[in-house]
Write a protein that binds this ligand. Structure first.
Ligand code: PHB
Length: 385
């Protein structure tokens, strides 16, 4: 929507934009959100998932929920995969529905690494990781385990160097499946303490081979995964997600202010569509606030990277518009607000009102709290016009 109406609110969010080869009608991106509603057995997307994504096609583009590239990459009950013919057929329902509604959708390629559990692994094997370091916390196993829904994480096993080509092949296969399913691009998930982030950050990577030690070595696997995915997709349809200072999944780095801009630089010069960065927040007096250090790192990453920048994390529409206006990023990404408001761009354009997200229906279940959040009625839209 160009600003044909002078009274459109948060106007900067309604300028069309390009994330590499992905053309977006606005700067309002739907965040990847785990919803744990894939059909079982087989982790297969279904018609209900297609309805949910189709309802949200007004986003500049949608990034799917994190989607495992292989059985080994799975870490949560009922999340979808992108490596079997059934999953490809299921995702086709989703991409068709989004495209029929005029939207675009990018698939997020996910390997959880040590944030898995033997119940999800072949022969109940140990999850794989850069190093055999057990994460603090619990795996969401639901009814896969008699003690579910959550059980403590286990110690993972360190990937052998000889297994890396097979891992890269898994990424290639999943990237190809995503292409077959009709997506507009793929996003490589290297954030939030999952496998690629485990390799990047020093607390989880204690290797002393070519994949550990120096920052250069810790970035190696991510670089190889990007190359692998670029063997299937044009670079300008591939994004990467990173989360400097993110505390999720028991991860940290000795020197994040150096590491993450170095990652951005390493990813630069390849013609990638975008970097997607999660802002780190902390609670101050009971209120979630963005960490100043996180904002500084994002600015350094922006300087080091030559593609579009997406930023996610606790934005109000006002703040999002100011970030775009001040060119601190190109696109802003919304999770919970989009989950509860399928027509979020329309609501931003008229400054609300907003539905409240219900955390009880975030994970698992059916249409309740999934496809039954309302859009504004014609009357409510007219009132604002
Ligand atoms: C989750 O399932 O809770 C989840 C998945 C991927 C993320 C973050 C959280 O990046």
């Amino acid at each position: 929507m160009q600003n044909s109406h002078s009274n459109v609110k948060h106007a900067a969010l309604f300028e069309p934009g390009q994330a590499g080869g992905i053309a977006a009608d606005n700067r309002i991106i739907m965040a990847p959100l785990t919803r744990s509603r894939a059909q079982q057995p087989g982790d297969v997307p279904n018609a209900l998932n297609a309805t949910y994504y189709g309802q949200r096609a007004g986003a500049g583009f949608i990034i799917t929920e994190a989607t495992q590239i292989s059985r080994e990459g799975k870490g949560y009950a009922w999340t979808p995969g992108i490596y079997t013919p059934e999953q490809v057929a299921g995702w086709k329902l989703v991409t068709n529905e989004v495209h029929n509604n005029g939207g675009k959708i990018v698939l997020q390629l996910w390997h959880v690494g040590r944030i898995s559990h033997p119940v999800f692994q072949k022969d109940e094997g140990k999850p794989v990781a850069p190093s055999a370091i057990r994460p603090d916390g619990d795996a969401f196993v639901a009814d896969y385990h008699p003690d579910g829904p959550v059980v403590p994480f286990v110690e993972p096993r360190a990937l052998e160097v000889s297994e890396i080509p097979r891992l890269l092949q898994d990424y290639v296969h999943a990237a190809r499946c995503a292409k077959d399913a009709g997506f507009d691009g793929v996003e490589i998930h290297a954030a939030n303490g999952y496998l690629l982030d485990q390799f990047l950050q020093s607390s989880t990577n204690q290797r002393d081979d070519a994949y550990g030690g120096s920052a250069e070595n810790r970035m190696r696997l991510l670089g190889e995964v990007v190359d692998a995915v670029l063997s299937v997709w044009p670079a300008d349809q591939v994004g990467v997600r990173l989360s400097p200072l993110g505390a999720m999944n028991d991860i940290s780095d000795d020197n994040p202010g150096v590491l993450f801009p170095a990652v951005a630089e390493k990813l630069s010069g390849r013609g990638l569509a975008y970097l997607h960065i999660v802002r780190a927040t902390e609670e101050v007096d009971g209120i979630q606030q963005v960490r100043d250090e996180s904002v500084a790192i994002i600015a350094d990453m922006q300087k080091a990277f030559d593609g579009a920048l997406l930023v996610c994390g606790g934005f109000s529409p006002q703040e999002a518009a100011s970030w775009v206006e001040e060119q601190k990023c190109d696109f802003t990404v919304f999770g919970k607000l989009f989950l509860a408001n399928p027509d979020l761009p329309q609501r931003f354009s008229q400054d609300g009102p907003y539905n409240e997200p219900n955390p009880k229906t975030f994970y698992g279940g059916g249409s309740e709290g999934y496809t039954d959040y309302s859009k504004l009625s014609e009357e409510e839209r007219r009132k604002a016009a």
